[in-house]
Structures are given as C-alpha cells and as structure tokens.
Design a protein around this ligand. Structure first.
Ligand code: CA
Ligand code: CA
Ligand code: CA
Length: 268
C-alpha cells in the first residue's frame, strides 16, 4: 500500500512540474508591437525586450513584476511614444505599479509609482484634450468622495516633471461599463473615450465621450447587442467582438454621418 502511495506522489509531482513548465512557456510573450519601422518591442511576463529589424536583441529591461496591461502613447510631447505598463504582484486580482518607459535604441524607465491603493486593472493612453500630448488613464476599482460605492472608474492623469498628476478622477460613466479605451472616432484631433457599457436589460452598447475641460460628456452610442467583448484599438481602428443570437463576429466601430456604426469585418 505504501508503495502505491509513493507512485501516486511521484505521478502528481511529474504532472505538476509539467503544468508549471507549460504555463511558464505558454504565457511568455504578452504581446508584440513595433515602435517604428526599425524596432520591435516584446513584452514578456516580467521583462521587455527591444529587437532591431533583424531580430537581434538590442536591450532588455526587467519590470520587476508581471506585466498586467500596457499602453503606448507620447506622454511627454517629444513626438516619440512611451510604453506604459501596469504591473501585478503574484496572484493578486488588481495591479500594483504604473511604470513608464522611454523607448529609443534602449529601454529606459522614466517613472514608477505604486497605485495599488486604487485597485488598478487597466492602463490606456489618449489625447483627450487635443494638445498633442497623450494623457494616461488608469482604470481603478474604488469609491470616490462623491460616490461611496466601489466601482470601476477611468481616472485620467497627465505626465509632468516626472510625475503623474491627476486630470480627472471623476465618477462613473453614464452606465456600468466593462472596458474602455481612447480613439479619435470623428477625426477632430481629440481622442474620445470609448467604452463597452451594459444596458439595464443586460445587452451591451459601445458608448463614446468627449472631454469638455472639466470632465467627459456623452457623445454617441451604438445600437445594442447581446454581448460586446475584446475592445482593442489597433492599426487606426477600434475592434470589438460582437455576440448576437445568430453568431459571433469581429466588428469595427465607425463614425458615419453623425452616427456610431458597427461594421462587421469577419465571422469568428
Ligand atoms: Ca514621448
Ligand atoms: Ca493631451
Ligand atoms: Ca475626436
């Protein structure tokens, strides 16, 4: 009997080791994107690696924690994009630090601050006021002085003198929301806040907001769908996954004739 116990222990140990090895390698690269024609940046679990156009490693930078989310934007107005990373410690639900990296032929950390008191779950970047410099948004889960309910809120900061200063730490959006990002949907050189929001009947819409100097004002809202997921701003378009009774497809959010339209691009 003792013998079988040991066999089981050994089998479990082998299984666990294999699972850990697989999870380590499969979750390796978080994402890949190009800074410009020459450099490619890959974000791994806990480090950033800069490659040249031939795939040669040019620089490596440790994040010191896991990368939970990232955004790119020119946060200091020098016409080069910085990389913003939200880190996460261990198995925590929410993130911990917001880190900004300058990217050229090297990766240089220019800012790091602990945001864990705010329960951060997202970082995004966008120029909401149209001054040519991207604001940094940290999606938080907390109360505000005016709204004593724990809720998801998109806080807006601007980067100045090596610090992130609050621009807007207001209330919620007009409805409960799942996710948000920034994109200039109407081509007026100011990024709108674009969110996936939940209607009272449980259906979802894409909603947009414009910055009005003191806060965000509702702009345009799409028709409703059974579900909307995977909001992503990429290649100068806003992509979403739309779920309808008939099936699932990928859509692009477009501004057409003063309306917000969801254009179907392919089936999933
Ligand atoms: Ca910059
Ligand atoms: Ca701005
Ligand atoms: Ca705009």
């Amino acid at each position: 009997m003792e013998y079988f116990k040991w066999i089981i222990v050994v089998i479990l140990a082998i299984g666990l080791t294999t699972a850990l090895v697989i999870s380590y390698f499969s979750s390796n690269a978080l994402t890949v994107f190009s800074q410009d024609e020459y450099n490619i940046i890959k974000i791994y679990k806990d480090k950033i690696i800069l490659y040249d156009s031939e795939g040669k490693e040019m620089d490596i930078c440790n994040i010191n924690n896991k990368a939970m989310d990232y955004a790119i934007g020119d946060v200091n107005g020098d016409d080069f994009e910085e990389l913003i990373i939200l880190t996460k410690r261990g198995f925590k639900t929410y993130g911990s630090e917001v880190v900004v990296f300058k990217l050229d032929s090297r990766i240089t950390e220019i800012y790091r601050e602990d945001f864990s008191d705010l329960n951060p779950w997202k970082v995004a970047a966008g120029d909401v006021d149209g001054d040519g410099i991207d604001e940094i948004s940290v999606g938080v889960f907390k109360k505000t002085p005016l709204y004593q309910v724990m809720d998801k809120r998109p806080f807006i900061y601007y980067y100045k003198d090596n610090r992130l200063l609050p621009k807007w730490r207001g209330s919620r959006l007009s409805k409960p929301f799942d996710d948000y990002d920034f994109f200039d949907i109407d081509g007026d050189a100011m990024d709108e806040l674009i969110s996936i929001e939940v209607l009272q009947n449980g259906k979802k819409v894409i909603n947009t907001y414009k910055w009005r100097g003191f806060g965000f004002e509702g702009f345009l809202q799409s028709e409703s769908f059974e579900d909307i997921k995977d909001l992503k701003v990429r290649d100068s378009s806003v992509f979403i996954t739309v779920v309808e009774k008939e099936g699932i497809y990928q859509g692009i959010v477009n501004f057409e004739g003063d309306k917000l339209k969801i254009e179907r691009v392919n089936s999933k």
